[in-house]
Design a protein around this ligand. Structure first.
Ligand SMILES: [Zn+2]
Length: 236
């Protein structure tokens, strides 16, 4: 007759009956008992929920503090440009608005040249990662091809008025100089409007190439109409 096997749970350190008090795992049993397993799962769920709530509150605050002028049209135009298909797989499906430079960096924003349609699975994988690093790591997994990636980078560089090299440098700079919500608000305060990351990058690096896209256009027009001055804030 087989005796009852006891083993010590790695969590509560109580000796419990292996066959009854532990879940099966592979050919044997888990190292922590059923009741510890269940309370761990509950805690995990609770922690995840709290973490997610914190994450999305912070993310929404970032989205609102970052540039987002004309974000509906910018998003619409981007979807139309990519024929309502994923910018990386060229397939239809569950598309989401991807911020190429992730919102979590405190850069970019919901603007032309940063919003692209991606399959939700790809967007989920890309998450807050540096897109160039992410692509190198995940291109095989998602069977992404170079030409589509290069076309996407060309599109984004062009939309930002930059060459390919400049755009890569700009993205790298954004990931190396991430901003908190307070940093963003301080920058916006300092400039007197919602300042673009392109302008900050140019300021920080002392680059003097012409900024071909005037991000202040809308704001400037509004101010000019108020002041009845036209053209005094020319910047390009
Ligand atoms: Zn236990």
């Amino acid at each position: 007759m087989r005796g009852v096997r006891y083993k010590k749970c790695n969590e509560c350190f109580e000796n419990k009956k292996e066959e009854i008090d532990f879940y099966k795992s592979g050919r044997g049993y888990e190292f922590i008992c059923k009741s510890c397993r269940i309370s761990a799962a509950i805690n995990n769920k609770k922690n995840n929920k709290e973490r997610y709530a914190r994450y999305s509150a912070n993310r929404n605050a970032l989205i609102k503090a970052l540039p987002r002028y004309d974000h509906r049209k910018a998003t619409f135009d981007s979807y139309r440009y990519f024929n309502y298909k994923c910018a990386l797989t060229n397939t239809r499906g569950d598309l989401v608005d991807d911020h190429f430079i992730a919102i979590a960096t405190g850069h970019g924003g919901t603007i032309r040249g940063n919003i692209i349609p991606l399959l939700s699975a790809i967007n989920f994988s890309k998450n807050d990662a540096d897109p160039f690093t992410w692509f190198e790591t995940n291109r095989q997994r998602f069977e992404l091809d170079d030409s589509r990636w290069n076309a996407l980078i060309s599109y984004l560089a062009d939309q930002n008025g930059l060459t390919l090299d400049e755009y890569r440098q700009f993205v790298d700079w954004c990931y190396a100089n991430q901003r908190s919500i307070d940093d963003i608000r301080a920058d916006n305060e300092r400039y007197g409007y919602v300042v673009s990351s392109l302008e900050l990058w140019r300021e920080a690096t002392g680059m003097s190439f012409p900024l071909r896209i005037d991000f202040r256009q809308k704001r400037r027009n509004a101010r000019d109409r108020r002041n009845h001055f036209v053209g005094i804030h020319e910047m390009v």
